[in-house]
Ligand binder design. Sequence first.
Ligand SMILES: [Zn+2]
Length: 426
Amino acid sequence: MDIHRGYKYRCYPTVEQVELLGDWQGKQRFLWNLANAQYEYAYSRCRADRWRLPSAVGQIYELTTLREMLPWLRDVPRDVQNQLLIELNLAWQRFVKGIAGRPQFKCKGKHRAPVIAPQDYRLEGEGRKRHVVFPKLGTLSIICHREPVGKMTKCAVSQDGDAYYVSIGAVVEADDPPVSTKPMVAYDRGVTNTIAGSDGSIVRNPKHDEKSHKRKVRLQRKAAKKQKGSNNQKKAYARAARCDRKVRRQRNHFLHVLSKDIAKSHGVVFFENLNLPNMTRSAKGTKEKPGRNVAQKRALNRGLLGACLGELKRMVTYKIVLEGGRVVEVPAAYSSQECAECHRVDAASRRGERFECTSCGHRDHADNNAARVLLARGIVVLAVEPTVTVCGDAGAQGRSKKQKLRVVRRGTRREGAAKAAQLTTR
Ligand SMILES: [Zn+2]
């Protein structure tokens, strides 16, 4: 299988290069918005007039004429502009398939258009201090904290606040790993405890964002009060952005360490199927029908998003595949009210963080109990699957969402439980 990897290095452009990059940004943004307008127009006429969306090849062909009409566009390398049109096309494909949101028009000072060289770049030097030679931009010095492995693909220059980064993509060809025989585990995800496992483990949410939320709000308020457009305001906003970046890095570090640990020590990981976009919807309502408890819901949403429940699953999913394991989603309904021992569902069993069954008296931490319920459900889901592979079903990854649902629905719950019982007694 091909393993796609990304390497992101901090880079230090010179003052001239920073200026040039800012200039390119404006031109790339112009091109993005122009090309995106074509997509928007075609999309609006898709239904009624059966228009088709523009293709990347067609737009790249048109770019030749555009560069003749607007000579200032030629400052940016042709390859980089071609790649921008390809990225836009991919973004629209993802939108049409329902994987991602609609590609947006880019606004100055708010969004950045991609600056990506598909091939004509070089990585030079050895050791920690190296250089990337980017077309027309020149030599960028980078801190190579990790050796890139595999065949290098495209290279992007990006900006985060006042810091610049070079990202290099690489493809590694590797043999499929043997199917993992490590134990199964289910995790209940939440805000107070990021995960609680069916094995009794609990990882508390470090709440990085809560710790610096006050500071960030204060910095943003301070910046907003400065004279509009002044250098002091720019500096103040940069300070707020640095605060935000720190939280993002802390969170990412925590999730990477946790997900790697989970992926290394388990063969199958069950997660409950959460509809995060619906869960984190605002309670604001409309002007005529304002919602209730808007501030509380906003705080809850911030907590849910800050806990990065979706990102953790995404990281575990791609890391566990390399170890020969897999992630399976199981239905989440009433998992927090069901007893893991006698499977009786009763809201009264749950008392805050404690769980005490009203029927059999089973006691446990509420989240660990929910994780054990999920484990039982997950084993049923695996048993109902047509090809019972306890771990590592490579075929499942290629299936569409609809097909996957069909697979799960093919058997009833009771049949699945009987099958699971057979498997365990064998
Ligand atoms: Zn019970």
